[in-house]
Write a protein that binds this ligand. Structure first.
Ligand code: AMP
Ligand code: MG
Length: 344
């Protein structure tokens, strides 16, 4: 398949992308969380193309993207009070609400569930594209299944050139991890996947919030998680990832020891750690000082390791703040839960 690479985000280009959606095509597009791969949410044949292009298991539902809060009722048949409050306070923004679905949303979008994930992205490019399409856009992340989600146009091109009808090359995703998934069908909001809207944010608005189990642990084969995506091994680059967790100085010391030993054995190693550690000869030194900043570069770093043929990589996990849960959730999965704890 020839993929149209859309370099500009002017009205004409986004109208062309919208036209591809109307004609049953699939289009990758930027959002503030990660790049998405979208199709008309009402078009079953188009949705099938998404699963095929990504190699995505059919029991893992997609999120339906709309341009404005006014359209929630087109996708969901009930909008509980907590949903209204979260939309009022944070939309458009990096979160997805799990709501009872409208019958018009096909089963293939929701993998047969009676609920649907609804998201209003903050990215103006994303919203202009959805408006141009004139229909809700069902979209998972724009990566080959199992690979880190794309946070730059070049990542989406690397995975989907030849598999999607078009790729809109927009801004880098500044949040860098996928949306917070919040189930608001019950009394208390439940975070099924942590992200840019934190537990503290939700508590501030709704008075309470719970975090689903499985957010930091693996899902057993016999379990059915509330968020089907949780059971899949995600975000895994070819490099073997190890998380080194604990105090800043202690983790830095441990990583230096591990890397020295691997390099003695001729293993190509990489690290992702804070720049203040002054670690020389490394592939990836991260320049921030918060988990939010780490989230923004995380998936790009994992891809960078593969591009450079890194066999083993160590990631420093030493910061404590509201985004810690979102970063740990992705890191633990990419490491297949291989974590070395050192002291604080
Ligand atoms: P992705 O955008 O690629 O991260 O994929 C969408 C994520 O949303 C997957 O982890 C799905 O399991 C999750 N999801 C979508 N719809 C629902 C739903 N109705 N209930 C629970 N999780 C959902
Ligand atoms: Mg995904």
């Amino acid at each position: 398949m020839k993929t149209l690479i859309i370099e500009k985000q002017d009205e004409k280009s986004l109208m062309a992308a919208g036209e591809i959606i109307k004609n049953g095509g699939i289009v990758a597009f930027p959002t503030e969380t990660v790049y998405g791969l979208g199709a008309n949410a009402y078009d079953e044949a188009a949705i099938k193309k998404i699963y095929k292009a990504k190699g995505r298991p059919s029991d893992n539902p997609l999120i339906v993207h709309i341009a404005s809060a006014e359209d929630v009722g087109k996708v969901a048949r009930e909008i509980p009070e907590n949903a209204k409050k979260l939309i009022e306070r944070f939309a458009p923004g990096p979160f997805t609400l799990i709501l009872k679905k409208q019958p018009s949303i096909p089963d293939i979008v929701t993998a047969g569930l009676d609920t649907v994930g609804v998201r209003i992205p903050k990215s103006t490019t994303a919203r202009a594209f959805i408006e141009a399409a004139g229909v809700p856009i069902a979209a998972p992340s724009a990566n080959i299944s199992g690979k880190p989600s794309p946070t730059k146009a070049e990542h989406a091109i690397a995975d989907l050139d030849g598999r999607a009808d078009a790729i809109i090359c927009g801004e880098n995703s500044d949040i860098g991890v996928e949306s917070t998934i919040i189930d608001v069908t019950g009394e208390i909001p439940v975070i099924l996947r942590p992200g840019g809207i934190t537990k503290e944010d939700i508590v501030e608005v709704c008075g309470a919030a719970e975090v689903s189990k499985n957010v930091l642990t693996g899902v057993k084969e016999t379990e059915t998680p509330r968020c089907p995506g949780m059971k899949y091994k995600h975000y895994s680059p070819d490099a073997e990832i190890t998380v080194v967790e604990g105090g800043r100085a202690q983790t830095a010391k441990k990583i230096k020891e591990l890397v020295a030993k691997d390099r003695e054995n001729g293993i190509k190693t990489g690290v992702l750690m804070a720049s203040s550690n002054q670690f020389e000869n490394d592939l990836y030194i991260f320049e921030g000082n918060s988990n939010g900043e780490l989230a923004a570069v995380l998936f790009g770093a994992l891809r960078e390791f593969d591009k450079n043929g890194i066999e083993k990589a160590y990631v420093q996990m030493c910061m404590k703040d509201e985004m810690e849960l979102a970063v740990k959730n992705r890191l633990y999965k990419s490491a297949g839960h291989k974590i070395i704890y050192v002291g604080e």
